[in-house]
Unconditional design. Structure first.
Length: 201
């Protein structure tokens, strides 16, 4: 079994816990109170800005064969995912300019940025976001919410293109990991941050 496959096994209980979280349940049903999702969107906007920095820091360390992929991921996150995020945020009246990080966001982004000081560590630490959202999106898309704004969020992460990006990170992890125990530790910590991030401030 590859290390990325092992991480999927480790991560599955965290995904199940996310699917049972009231915020995710509300998205799935399409009845999450707007102020809750608005607050979540504001926090996720700040998270994504630092996520771009994580990809960029890893690109600087990447082997030649993956340099372009990580640069592309930083670009796509900054120009495409953040543009979609801004569009959806506007529909909920989110204040992206004046928001500050809540405790879960600050803890998670600090963990990611610190981990990205090492190439293999950074890949394992960021994988919970990529794999977790891809898995959540595909699961929620099996019975998508009727409310169009929540469905648009689900569709973003259920898209095959996002799953493809996730698979590219898995390949990098399998190639870069020399300490599987360390990868499992960082991945598990990242999954815990993912779950905590749904506790909207």
């Amino acid at each position: 079994m590859t290390i990325s496959a092992e991480l999927h096994v480790l991560g599955r209980p965290f995904v199940e816990a996310q699917l049972a979280h009231p915020t995710v349940v509300g998205i799935a049903k399409g009845d999450l109170p707007e102020p809750v999702f608005r607050s979540w969107l504001e926090q996720d906007y700040l998270f994504l800005l630092d996520y771009v920095r994580v990809f960029s820091r890893l690109a600087w360390q990447a082997p030649d064969g993956h340099l372009g992929e990580l640069v592309d991921l930083a670009y796509v996150t900054f120009h495409e995912e953040l543009d979609l995020h801004r569009s959806l945020s506007a529909e909920f009246g989110a204040d992206l300019g004046g928001v500050r990080k809540g405790a879960p966001c600050a803890a998670y982004t600090s963990f990611l940025l610190d981990s990205a000081a090492n190439y293999a560590d950074g890949l394992a630490a960021l994988y919970p976001c990529m794999w977790g959202y891809s898995t959540l999106g595909r699961t929620l898309a099996e019975n998508p919410p009727a409310e169009p704004r929540y469905r648009a969020w689900v569709d973003t992460y259920a898209h095959p293109g996002f799953a493809e990006l996730t698979g590219r990170i898995a390949v990098m992890i399998d190639e870069a990991t020399t300490d599987p125990g360390r990868a499992r530790e960082l991945f598990t910590e990242g999954m815990a941050h993912e779950l905590a991030f749904w506790d909207v401030p």
